[in-house]
Design a protein around this ligand. Structure first.
Ligand code: DQQ
Length: 534
């Protein structure tokens, strides 16, 4: 019951119990969406990893199936780790995944559906030729840093390509393999890409994006109005970075655009908790969809006690921003079918020091959209050029620190007396020749329980507040606060475990702790129905 389980989500994907991590092999087949995920069938901690499996017709409501891939061969007897699906010509899905062999080596394996006429693809058969890629030559590939094959793409020469994450010393690698038949794979002389000092690249993802449309394209599409995206999940920091760049077909290499870097000053899908993500092309709706794992911020003891760990983010459509310099993400429209009891606030001034309750929504299970209008920039503080790390600014200037223009935003999971709240807000600074918008998610007061990770997150937001509206959308679901600033230009996800602001005890407010009034031009909030999940 929700009384014993106040932190279980109502519309974010999770299994009934136990440990879940990476999303695996997302795809659509015969109109049905598939999600596989890293799962421990026996406990709420990582281990005994198999591929659990659920299907859906709308990416929101999910039906569970038996585990699709579990240890059964030499090549995966010690675990079935992450991997991806590829739809071969003739609508034939296949899966490449990492297996752990008896020597604890990481190897890449193939599995194919037993029966293509089963739209749920419930049974999978492993290739007797597994492993198809082994960590050889051993002087070139480290057997414990060789995993997470991507969706493959087909080159104009009729050969499939796939990358596998790796490292040598501190250099991260996307090792490239090629194959004509998807069974015999040959390692290319050069990696698709590598980068110094990044450590192990987990769960790489490589895909094209259109330069002139938000419409998504199949992974094998190459053309003049395309750029490519390479995303890597850095094992060292558990943060993901992506670059936008060019896929050079002649050399079979990827070159990030100038200024697009894959180290800790690069771009992230999400500046909070979001890891081991993977995209797929949804051919039914011509969009590219991103799945990502959101881990807990509670202690392992707490996870064991509640009997589960890990959720998936709401799937996001993703495309290239008009600037060509970053991606934009937005929760798939299907989540809006859960909206009910809309609350609409007439446009109003959020006065200095005000805390305005948004009543009439189930504040622990809600979807909120708010747009701010800023007319006065007088009081905006001057940006200190040494403030290069937005997360540090957000940590030092949390929601309770009075500012000039901002902080203003939302208090989610707020208790009646504001003993607890999670604040998602903006601050606007006067920069060199423009205004700089900072977006923060401040968890420092999210719970009276001291036993949680309450790290504050932050990032800059590429919105010009003079000419553009400044918007925030936040999905709130019992222990998750998933925020989209500037129509999806900057995303921040947090996990929180309030003790007072639970279920009916949770409230939602808009606040302004700056010294300048700001306008709210639009505020819509919805209570969210529970999805049928597993
Ligand atoms: N999780 C999997 C690995 C991957 C890691 C193991 C990323 O394949 O590198 O559960 O979270």
């Amino acid at each position: 019951t929700s009384e014993n389980q106040p932190y279980r989500t109502s519309y974010h994907f999770q299994p009934p119990k136990n440990w879940m991590n990476d999303p695996n092999g997302p795809m659509i087949y015969k109109g049905i969406y598939h999600l596989f995920y890293q799962y421990n069938p026996y406990a709420a901690v990582w281990g005994n990893i198999t591929w659990a499996h659920s299907t859906s017709t709308d990416l929101i409501n999910w039906t569970p199936h038996d585990p699709a891939i579990y240890p059964s061969q030499q090549a995966d007897i010690k675990g079935c780790w992450s991997g991806s699906a590829t739809i071969l010509p003739g609508d034939k899905p296949v899966i490449l995944y990492t297996g752990i062999d008896p020597q604890n080596q990481q190897v890449q394996n193939l599995a194919v559906p037993k029966n293509l006429s089963d739209p749920f693809l419930r049974e999978w058969v492993k290739s007797p030729k597994n492993p198809l890629m082994a960590p050889t030559p051993t002087n070139q590939i480290n057997a414990s840093s060789f995993r997470d094959p991507t969706t493959a793409w087909l080159g104009p020469d009729g050969r499939w390509r796939v990358i596998v994450g790796s490292k040598r010393h501190r250099r991260g690698f996307a090792i490239l393999y090629r194959s004509k038949d998807f069974v015999r794979w040959t390692k290319a002389q050069h990696p698709l890409h590598s980068s110094k000092n990044t450590g192990m690249w987990e769960c790489p993802d490589f895909f094209p994006v259109s330069t002139n449309s938000p419409i998504g394209v199949d992974t094998s599409v190459i053309g003049p109005s395309m750029k490519h995206v390479l995303k890597v999940s850095l094992d060292d920091t558990k943060h993901e970075y992506y670059t936008i760049g060019t896929y050079n077909l002649d050399k079979d290499t990827y070159i990030p655009d100038e200024g697009s870097v894959d180290n800790d000053s690069g771009l992230r899908y999400d500046y909070g908790k979001f890891y081991a993500s993977k995209t797929f092309f949804d051919s039914a709706k011509d969009r590219r969809i991103l799945w990502g794992w959101i881990n807990e911020s509670s202690s392992v003891a707490h996870d064991v006690q509640k009997g589960w760990s890990g959720i998936q983010a709401i799937p996001r459509a993703l495309w290239l921003d008009k600037s060509g310099k970053q991606l934009v993400q937005w929760p798939i429209v299907e989540v809006e079918q859960l909206r009910m009891n809309q609350v609409n606030l007439p446009s109003t001034v959020l006065k200095v020091g005000s805390v305005l309750e948004v009543s009439g929504v189930t504040a622990a299970q809600a979807d909120v959209e708010i747009s701010f209008e800023i007319k006065e920039f007088e009081k905006a503080e001057v940006m200190d050029p040494s403030w290069s790390n937005p997360q540090v600014i957000c940590s030092q200037k949390g929601a309770s620190v009075k500012g000039g223009l901002g902080p203003f935003g939302l208090l989610a999971f707020a208790s009646k007396d504001l003993q607890e709240y999670t604040a998602v807000f903006f601050r606007i600074f006067k920069g060199q020749d423009k205004y700089v918008v900072l977006m923060c998610s401040d968890q420092s007061r999210s719970s009276l329980d001291p036993d949680n990770d309450k790290t504050t997150y932050g990032a800059f937001l590429a919105v010009d507040p003079i000419h553009e509206k400044l918007s925030l959308r936040t999905l709130i679901d019992h222990s998750v606060v998933e925020s989209f600033g500037g129509e999806g230009k900057t995303c921040i996800t947090a996990r929180v475990y309030p003790t007072l602001a639970i279920d009916e005890g949770a409230r939602l407010y808009a606040f302004n702790n700056g010294t300048e009034n700001v306008g709210i031009s639009r505020l819509n909030a919805w209570s969210m129905k529970a999805a049928h999940i597993n």
